[in-house]
Ligand binder design. Structure first.
Ligand code: 0CN
Ligand code: SF4
Length: 316
């Protein structure tokens, strides 16, 4: 079997930063460190940090008084920030800077007096956070039908922002629908969809031109990983989202010569290795990587943590 890896795949800069924030906090402080929501949507990442002393909660009411608290990469609503401040919780914010950028942009549109539309998926942590960061009525749309159903006059000045991990193609369709439905529309085209999401989608599309089957390593609650699998389906390639090598079914590979393999932005390299090891149980495997974009994005750590890291004994 030929296994062709997508380039780029796996961790993005926001995920690296978020995990590092928890790890630094655990090194610098006495465990436990409380993390609100999965730091990134991957059980393996969460379990590893849990073993080092991180405690994952969904609600700040589960955080004891005075305990170090980390917000996940997906961001939080204003009300969560306010609750943490009111309780005096020491917070490290691991919200990806590209998510924060969307919050800032959405608030700016609201201040301009525009009706803000968020393109995103209901119930997703990032969408809950973004809706709760804009102090104005905000309308969520996920489908073309949602755009048609918006109860607003067509001359309403609107502005849209998007979730960072959407399908680029679907989002273009929704933006076109907003343009057809409203006469005065402001928005960033698809550039709220982050570089990592866009690059991984382009790479998987290229991969599907040469692969008979697509494996996407990622969690079922990971938006960006699900979008990668959907591209495989669109390209007419049998496509599976797998948590790790144990999720592989050998029957999928009957008659398959070339397997395309990629990983979502929250899936660690070791899980890709685990999948390759599982494929080797089925038969001999030759591995190559498809040419693609080299990423060199890096986000700095929150200032307090950087300063603290420099004064830690291990850094001295
Ligand atoms: O899988 P993730 O934790 O998040 P979604 O793709 O579900 O948004 O990946 C990191 C992305 C962010 C924010
Ligand atoms: Fe940030 Fe994009 Fe990574 Fe999400 S997928 S953490 S928005 S870089």
């Amino acid at each position: 079997m030929q296994v062709i890896l997508a380039q780029p795949r796996g961790f993005c800069a926001g995920v690296v930063r978020a995990i590092e924030i928890v790890e630094r906090a655990l090194e610098l402080e006495q465990a436990p460190v409380y993390v609100r929501h999965e730091i990134v949507h991957n059980r393996h990442v969460v379990d590893k940090l849990r073993r080092k002393g991180a405690v994952f909660v969904e609600d700040l009411s589960e955080v004891p008084a005075g305990a170090r608290t980390v917000f996940s990469a997906h961001g939080v609503a204003r009300s969560v920030q306010e609750e943490a401040a009111a309780r005096g919780l020491p917070v490290l914010d691991a919200t990806c800077p590209l998510v924060t950028k969307v919050h800032v942009q959405g608030r700016r549109y609201a201040r301009m007096g525009r009706t803000v539309i968020l393109i995103g998926h209901e119930g997703h942590a990032e969408v809950i956070g973004t809706m709760g960061q804009i102090d104005a009525p905000i309308h969520l749309v996920s489908t073309i039908e949602d755009v048609a159903a918006l109860d607003l006059p067509s001359d309403t000045p609107i502005a849209y922002v998007t979730q960072t991990t959407l399908s680029v193609d679907d989002t273009r369709g929704l933006i076109a629908a907003l343009g057809a439905r409203f006469s005065d529309v402001l928005g960033p085209d698809v550039s709220d969809i982050c570089y990592a999401t866009q690059n991984r989608q382009t790479a998987v599309r290229d991969l599907c031109r040469v692969a008979d089957l697509l494996l996407v390593v990622g969690a079922s609650n990971s938006s960006n990983s699900n979008r990668l699998r959907e591209i495989g389906v669109e390209m007419g390639v049998p496509s599976f989202l797998v948590a790790d090598g144990d999720s592989i079914d050998s029957a999928w590979f009957d008659g398959i010569e070339t397997v395309g393999l990629t990983a979502g932005a929250s899936a660690p390299d070791e899980l890709v290795d685990h999948v390759i090891a599982a494929l080797r149980q089925i038969g001999p495997v030759a591995i190559s990587t498809l040419d693609g974009v080299e990423e060199n994005m890096q986000f700095s750590l929150p200032p307090g943590l950087k300063a603290a890291a420099h004064t830690s004994p291990s850094a001295a």
